[in-house]
Design a protein around this ligand. Structure first.
Ligand SMILES: [Fe+2]
Length: 129
């Protein structure tokens, strides 16, 4: 938890969607690939909304780390996009799982470091106003 209510709620939603993907891996579905890709897409689209919310907050409070943080968000989305484009029905399930693990680890690490630093600065500014 970084201590900003909306940001924390959105982080929880990201992990909930990731859990949904994990559950799909365990389900014995015939068209597992299609289902997994649908939820990956949902995760990506939610990440886009969430990043936009953080970026709005950073701009609102004129956060000095905005440029770097914005760039890191963009690079992550580009990596996810190009990774998802390279997948198809024949992609090994292990590879899909590894992508999910990469995404979860990236989000966790990003929250602990960059989002925490951003939230600490914003909370200080909020308490002054
Ligand atoms: Fe962020």
């Amino acid at each position: 938890m970084v201590g900003l209510t909306e940001v924390d709620a959105q982080h929880k939603e990201l992990f909930d969607i990731a859990t949904e993907i994990f559950e799909l891996f365990n389900a014995h579905l015939v068209d597992k690939y299609d289902n997994v890709m649908l939820v990956f897409d949902k995760l990506k689209n939610y990440a886009i909304l969430h990043f936009a919310h953080e970026e709005e907050l950073m701009l609102k409070y004129q956060y000095s780390g905005y440029n770097v943080h914005f760039e890191v968000h963009q690079q992550f989305l580009e990596t996810v996009d190009s990774t998802l484009l390279g997948l198809n029905e024949d992609t090994d399930e292990e590879i899909l799982k590894n992508i999910l693990i990469f995404v979860i680890e990236w989000i966790s690490d990003h929250i602990l470091k960059m989002d925490k630093a951003m939230a600490d600065s914003i909370k200080k500014l909020q308490s002054k106003s």
